[in-house]
Structures are given as C-alpha cells and as structure tokens.
Design a protein around this ligand. Structure first.
Ligand code: ADP
Length: 374
C-alpha cells in the first residue's frame, strides 16, 4: 500500500521481503528476501537505502541500535520505536508523561499477579510485553490459576523484562478509538480525525472515520495527547495511538491509551480512499522529511471493513460480484493466500450517509469472504 504513493512521489522503494511471494514483493521490483532478525541481512539491505523504515515492529531493538551507530537513518529511530515494540516500556513512559493508561503492573509470578488483582479486581488482562499482534499475546484471566501456563512460559529474549508479563486492569470501555498522527524530523506534524475501531477477538474488523458522535472536547484531548506523545518520544513517521473511550466518575467521556504503533496502521487504511493524504503517503513524506500533506477527509464518512479469510479459497467470483454490484466500493486485495481469520484485504466506502456507507462496506467485505452470498 506504500507502493502507489511512492510511485506518485517519485520515491524508489526497496523492501526486505520475508518471502519471494509476500504481498510487498509482488508489487515492488526491488525486494530482496531476508530475515528481519538477521543482522547481516538487514545491514546489507540498509546499505542500499537512504532511509530505513518499517511496516511492522518486530526488528530487534539492538539490531536497529547497531545500524544507527553505523550511521543508517532509521526512522522512526530505535529510541522511539521501542515504545511500540515493548508494552512494558510504553506503559512506564506514558505513565511518566501523565498520559491516561489502564492501571498496570509487571508481574513475575502468581503472588505478584494476585497482589495486582487485589487492587483492580478480576478479571485481569495479561500481555506479553513483546511480539504480540492481532490479540495474540493478550489473555484475559479470571484467576491466578488461569494465568499459570503463561507465567511459566512467557519469555522473550529482547524484552527489557524478559521474564515478566504486563498485567492491566480490564477496562470497561464504551468503545475503542484510534488517533493517527504523523511527525517529520523537522517537527512538522499532522493529525487525521479520531476514528472508531471495532475489534472482534482482538482483530480489527471495522473502522469508522470520524468516530460517530464523539465529544468534540474528547476528540481534541485525544488528538493533543497523540501529538504530544509523538513529540516527546521523537516519533518520525506515522504514529497510531489506540484508545479506549471510558466514562469518568463524573459521567463525562474520557480515554485511556491501549497501545502505540509507529507505522501505517489498520485504523488508517480508510485514508487511502477517504482522505486528501493517505497514511502511506504521509509516512513516506515524514520519514523522508518532506513537507507533510493535508490529512483532511474527502467525504463526511468513510467506513473501512477488513476482508478476513473465510472458508472459500477462490475469491475471484465474489470479488467480481462486489465490483459489479456497487461501483462505489473501493476494494483492496493484498495478494495473500486465504487462511481463516487472516487479513487478506479491505474495502472502503465513503459518502454523506453513515448508515449507507457502513452497510455497503460490510456487505462488500462479507460477500468477498463468503459470509453471505446475496
Ligand atoms: P495487540 O498488540 O495484539 O493488538 P492489544 O493490546 O491491542 O493487543 O489488545 C487487543 C485487544 O484486547 C484490544 O483491542 C482490546 O479489545 C482488548 N484489550 C487489550 N487490553 C485491554 C484492557 N486493559 N482492558 C480491556 N480490553 C483490553
């Protein structure tokens, strides 16, 4: 999804691809295959680039530090990126900055988990500080007994606290929101409107831009928090701040931060079709320290629905149907094999009527997946 704006901006992309047939390698000619954890592979790859950036956060922090020491322009830099790589580091820093977070603690054993739960009550949300995505690495536990396996098994060699789990209170949220901002090395920043994200089983299913009925003060506070986090952490590129909307004791809406991503993010896919500047274009502009583009929406509403793999492997017929049935639907397929639950594409519909665009986007995604057939 970064390739089209790179072509338009006249920027040459190189991708360190995990396999010859990975999504990016299918559309970027200069895509050597290599392991993002292999120092030699990443170092050789970086030698041919002016700027190194990411589409996931799993490149080991120490490897990035060694590239920076050798003079490679890594954007975002390792000191910022670690907050998107390690949830324990992120919680500590956001708490120090006074950004609202769920109550949290690092726990090493049953006794520490029980001591934490005594302050928050059960259930407790347990997270592996490193390596999680799409809800993998998140476990809701109703007792210390349910956490026994995780407390025993959880080790990540790169984690700052290799033997600890992050415990969080289970937030009784109204809904999930996300704020996407971009920041360049010169310090220019831009923010898209706050969106609502709908997750099922830890996987993002749907994004509505802007978040319907959002209190304007809350929207401003959340956007300011995201811009402040980007500045304080020295983020370069796109920063996604995932939030829970909560109701305060005074009945007023508020938020707590769930997690950070420092790359184009699923909550911003709607911007490809729905905003003047997409998150992918903005990320390129930001990491290259070019002037940023206008983040404003093109239409009142945009709804993005992920196409998740279902039971049908051959999606061509349903794809044809969707294109013919509703010419206003923007369909994006990633060239990935179908596996149940895997994100293999997304659709976006934009327009003036939220109910209409949401219904059309859901219908298109469900039809491609094979959930419905009429
Ligand atoms: P991942 O890194 O896999 O995306 P997240 O930390 O975003 O994991 O958690 C996945 C989902 O689990 C969230 O979108 C949310 O629905 C739920 N969740 C995570 N943390 C909490 C929490 N403290 N309270 C309530 N729900 C949570």
């Amino acid at each position: 999804m970064t390739a089209p704006p790179a072509v338009n901006l006249g920027v040459r992309l190189r991708v360190l691809a995990e396999a010859v047939d990975s999504s990016a390698a299918q559309v970027v000619p200069d895509s050597p295959v290599g392991d993002h954890r292999d120092v030699d592979a990443v170092t050789a790859f970086a030698a041919g680039c002016d700027v190194l950036t990411f589409d996931h956060e799993h490149v080991p922090t120490r490897l990035l530090e060694s590239l920076e020491a050798a003079g490679v322009a890594v954007r975002p830099g390792s000191a910022a990126l670690v907050h998107a790589q390690d949830k324990a580091v992120m919680r500590r820093r956001l708490t120090a900055l006074g950004v609202p977070c769920p109550r949290w603690a690092l726990v090493h054993d049953t006794a520490e988990l029980e001591a934490f739960a005594a302050t928050t009550g059960w259930p407790v949300v347990l997270k592996t500080p490193r390596g999680g995505y799409d809800g993998k690495g998140v476990l809701v536990v109703g007792s210390a007994g349910e956490a026994a396996d995780w407390l025993e098994r959880s080790h990540h060699p790169d984690a700052e606290h290799a033997d600890a789990l992050l415990a969080e209170e289970k937030v009784d949220f109204v809904r999930e929101l996300a704020v996407l901002v971009a920041r360049s090395p010169s310090g220019q920043a831009a923010a898209w409107p706050v969106v609502e994200t709908v997750q099922v089983g830890g996987i993002c299913h749907e994004v509505v831009a802007p978040a319907p009925g959002l209190d304007p003060d809350l929207a401003a506070e959340a956007t300011n928090a995201a811009l402040r986090i980007a500045g304080e952490l020295g983020v370069v590129g796109v920063l996604a701040v995932e939030l829970f909307e909560v109701t305060g004791d005074d009945g007023r809406p508020g938020f707590v931060v769930n997690e950070l991503a420092m790359r184009p993010h699923n909550s911003g896919h709607w911007t490809i079709d729905g905003a003047v500047t997409s998150q992918f274009e903005q990320h390129l502009r930001a990491v290259l320290d070019l002037p940023l583009g206008d983040p404003r929406p093109r239409e009142t509403w945009s709804v993005m629905v992920n196409v998740l793999g279902g039971t049908y492997e051959d999606l061509y017929r349903s794809y044809l149907h969707v294109l013919a049935h509703d010419p206003g639907v923007k369909v994006h397929m990633y060239g990935k094999g179908v596996r149940p639950g895997r994100k293999i594409g997304h659709v976006t519909v934009s327009g003036p009527d939220l109910d209409d665009v949401r219904a059309r986007a859901r219908h298109a995604a469900d039809f491609i997946t094979g959930v419905i057939d009429s």
